[in-house]
Write a protein that binds this ligand. Sequence first.
Ligand code: MG
Length: 335
Amino acid sequence: MPAVLGFEGSANKIGVGVVRDGKVLANPRRTYVTPPGTGFLPGDTARHHRAVILDLLQEALTESGLTSQDIDCIAYTKGPGMGAPLVSVAVVARTVAQLWNKPLVGVNHCIGHIEMGRLITGATSPTVLYVSGGNTQVIAYSEHRYRIFGETIDIAVGNCLDRFARVLKISNDPSPGYNIEQMAKRGKKLVELPYTVKGMDVSFSGILSFIEDVAHRMLATGECTPEDLCFSLQETVFAMLVEITERAMAHCGSQEALIVGGVGCNVRLQEMMTTMCQERGALLFATDERFCIDNGAMIAQAGWEMFRAGHRTPLSDSGVTQRYRTDEVEVTWRD
Ligand code: MG
């Protein structure tokens, strides 16, 4: 019954999780929140993570009821993500592994999301929509790889939402996306925005430019409200995501869809995906903010699968990488 401790810190959340045989024993997390109108910079974010990571480690151990002796493997996020935050966490993971004399496993962040989603929802072989501040991908498993069927060709959907929030000075607490979601509920008018699906891929940067320019002027003249813009932006970008997910499901003959990543806890996105799935006789699986927003347990869970399948990351290879595609990893733990 291996127990795995996982460290995650590829963006503005830092988490330490403990997983033992399909059970999440602990999953504490902190978020680096910046003032309205600003984003998080790599250096400041790394400083935040360094300041809280040892407290989180202690918290995770206490909550799990385990001691260092009970931990069989240390998992950490190798990438993708922001360089400085990734390094700040990898250094601690590597140090703990050496102090406790435990094997180390470097985990692909995207695969952490997928394995967590599979664990929590029980979806067996879903088409995955992975949507967050840094990533937008439609993924399906085949022949020992998580294959990317479609993705953003520029910025991630969450990045589009976050930067829109900055334009409107919407609070980053608890997250810009959450606040946009609440404001969108009060939107009444659908403002037409660019809809950019290119085959299986999507593009969000043009929508953001449009909002920054045209829509912002409409606000000034009173033609629409900030709530209308939140509503319009969500409806447009989510429709694009539903479209490419549906096409991948049709291609794969898939009866299950799973949403993972921070944007995945948006209830409106879940609703739109549910409608699409129902029309196809398929099932939608999603998790709440504890598991779909970046967390330590997802890295522990992917690490648990990898550890059991014999993966080990030697110290000499225990660095980080900002670019690490989902389909680079050989998924030896699945049939
Ligand atoms: Mg993520």
